[in-house]
Design a protein around this ligand. Structure first.
Ligand code: NDP
Length: 610
């Protein structure tokens, strides 16, 4: 039986589906080709030098004054977001007292400190996204919650685990240097500190370096401008939940229509005199269906519920084992359907390629529903056509929002669809697309973050290890680690990050696993008097080889995707492959971490005791 006959047998012929998979595949390819750019990720410019003002902290109330510090600590944690909070909590649970946290921000929160744009919130279900819920004894107020509640949860974690006692805010790390004679790290900062630490954990976040598009003329603009990650409420007025009352007489442009813009555009539409949305690629925006937390449901939760729910979501969304889809939202519905089809297809004995095609059909169906949703909501058919995404569901960050598409029915909102080309130029007065200049009072860049660029550029400091080797040099052809966490030549140093790790759509899950793993290692080292723990070259090679040999799992998919951060803007060269994720996925990755811990003898490491 041919694949087409098998699909027909399952009721998946073009007539039943309402679309032709071959035609859609061709359409996706055409849309991808429109967007491929020879510069790849180099089309973006860093928010530094003359553009540094885009990343200055607009939220600091009082600048902290303090003298430089050169004391010694057992563990220094860099960053103030989820990674540090979870590691800090686990270290406290293990009885580690002597820790220090260093972050350039003025409060805990990490990404949830910086991102305060109007309507900012998390698209992932709060009951799985917020970490340490059972430990802190907190149930989020709704299925999806906003930035204030998420940041408050971060603050509550810090309070519960006494992390405020040991934090230096408004302090930016400038360099880490390994000092072999006494086996200590020297952590230098912009405050003149030279703090010494036995162990360092860098959790500097996956989306911490805002980027700007390298559009000609970007420096010429004379109006007001800022990046969504540093929202300028001084200019817009209002707050995250109130009308942006100073925009009533303003013409505002927003460039970008990714997950951030989807959330920020509705409040901008309500507040600005005119809003011009410059779109290169539309996001796929499904229904959010938010709802307040049911107190009876919350009261019914049994100890262990959080871990169970977190693991369930990752299993559902990676084709793992599960009985019930606990989260049951727009992130998981495609996977439920995919499993149902796989079950029905068992009797047909599908080959690997046929299984792949079946999975692709469920993806097409999901995206068709998203495209139909646009037609249902947006009245102008031309605008609706421009808002329809033509790529696979996870080529770009999937979005859920109940009010985004509606804004295009407003008279003051103008979608400037650049049909994959992007904004052409910026002038003193405004934005040019397709040869037309749009004069505006303000340009808001919602153009995202560096993602798979050089790690040291994103974290803002280099790491100088054994024999003065810089990690930027060690990783110049791509990252080299074990589990994305440690590197040969950089003893007693750990990273919490997505690169070379298993990537869950709920990134908080991966952070939780990594933080727990690292805290386990540190707890053991401190207990057992380990003064030096270094990944061997063989240990590093083993993980790199495994990563490269298993990359096929997702490489074909990523190569078929429209360009974006998930596929290095369409350029998946060998370096990009090393800088990306572990192909077999997050569940396999967490299992690897657990097996390593269970082995007990720290496989792949050279361990030196006192
Ligand atoms: P993205 O990188 O996703 O989006 C950048 C946008 O800018 C894209 O629409 C891109 O178009 C557009 N763009 C870039 N250059 C140009 C140009 N020259 N002309 C016109 N448009 C241009 O950034 P976001 O900040 O939206 O999202 C980043 C990440 O933040 C997400 O992937 C997600 O992980 C996270 N996030 C998480 C949320 C949550 O709920 N937890 C909420 C919001 C964000 P194109 O698509 O064509 O490249």
């Amino acid at each position: 039986m041919s694949i087409k006959e098998k699909m027909k047998e399952m009721g998946l012929s073009p007539d039943n589906l309402g679309f032709d998979p071959d035609e859609l595949r061709e359409k996706y390819h055409e849309e991808r080709e429109k967007r491929m750019r020879p510069e790849g990720a180099d089309q973006y410019i860093a928010a530094e030098g003359q553009f540094k003002y885009y990343v200055e902290d607009p939220y600091i109330q009082d600048v902290i004054e303090r003298d430089p510090v050169s004391d010694e600590t057992d563990v220094i944690l860099i960053g103030g977001g989820f990674g540090t909070l979870i590691t800090g909590a686990r270290l406290r649970e293990a009885g580690v007292k002597n820790i220090r946290i260093v972050d350039k921000a003025a409060e805990f929160g990490g990404a949830w400190y910086w991102n305060r744009y109007p309507n900012c919130g998390c698209d992932t279900e709060s009951y799985i996204y917020l970490p340490l819920l059972e430990e802190v004894g907190y149930i989020p107020s709704a299925k999806y919650v906003g930035q204030p509640e998420i940041q408050q949860h971060c603050i509550n974690i810090a309070k519960k685990y006494n992390l405020y006692d040991d934090v230096f805010f408004q302090t930016r790390v400038t360099e880490l240097e390994w000092h072999e004679p006494d086996r200590r790290w020297i952590v230098r900062t912009n405050r003149g500190d030279a703090m010494r630490a036995r162990y360092v954990v860098a959790s500097t976040g996956p989306l911490n370096q805002p980027k700007l598009p390298g559009i000609p003329g970007i420096a010429d603009y004379k109006g007001h401008t800022f990046h969504t990650s540093r929202w300028d409420y001084g200019y817009t007025g209002g707050s995250q939940s109130e009308k942006l009352d100073k925009l009533g007489d303003k013409r505002v442009a927003i460039i970008g229509t990714g997950a951030t813009a989807i959330q920020a555009i509705p409040p901008l539409a309500e507040s600005a005199r005119e809003l011009y949305v410059f779109q290169r690629t539309p996001s796929g925006v499904d229904a959010r269906n938010d709802r307040p937390t049911d107190p009876d449901w919350a009261a019914s939760l049994k100890p262990g519920w959080h871990k169970e729910r977190v693991e369930n979501f990752t299993a559902v969304t990676t084709g793992g084992k599960w009985d019930e889809d606990l989260v049951n939202d727009a992130w998981t519905d495609m996977w439920r359907e995919r499993r149902e089809f796989s079950r029905r297809a068992r009797a047909l004995n599908l080959s690997r390629e046929e299984k792949h095609e079946l999975a692709e059909i469920t993806d097409f169906k999901k995206m068709e529903r998203i495209r139909h949703r646009v037609d249902e909501i947006v009245k102008d058919p031309d605008v609706a056509a421009s808002l329809k995404p033509y790529y696979h569901h996870q080529c770009k960050r999937p979005c859920v929002h109940d009010h985004y598409l509606e804004v295009y029915n407003r008279d003051n909102v103008h979608l400037v669809d650049t049909a994959g080309k992007g904004v052409e130029r910026i002038t003193e007065k405004g934005v040019v697309a397709d040869g037309k200049e749009y004069e505006v009072d303000c340009i808001i860049f919602s153009t995202g973050y560096e993602f798979a660029t050089q790690y040291t550029h994103r974290c803002g400091f280099d790491i100088v290890g054994v024999n003065g080797e810089h990690i930027s040099e060690h990783w110049k052809d791509g990252m080299r680690t074990q589990f994305g966490i440690c590197s040969h030549g950089f003893p007693n140093f750990f990273i919490i990050h997505w690169q070379q790790a298993g990537f869950s759509l709920n990134f908080a899950h991966t952070i939780t696993e990594q933080a727990g793993h690292i805290a386990h290692i540190l707890g053991r080292c401190l207990d057992e008097g380990v003064v030096r723990l270094e990944l061997t070259r063989e240990g590093e090679d083993a993980w790199v080889n495994e990563l490269v040999s298993t990359t096929k799992f997702n490489r074909d998919f990523l190569e078929s995707c429209t360009p974006g951060i998930f596929n290095n803007e369409g350029k998946l060269d060998e370096q990009a492959i090393l800088n990306f994720t572990y192909g077999p996925g997050p569940m396999a990755y967490y299992k690897k971490l657990a097996e390593w811990r269970e082995a007990g003898d720290m496989p792949g490491f050279e361990v030196t005791q006192e």
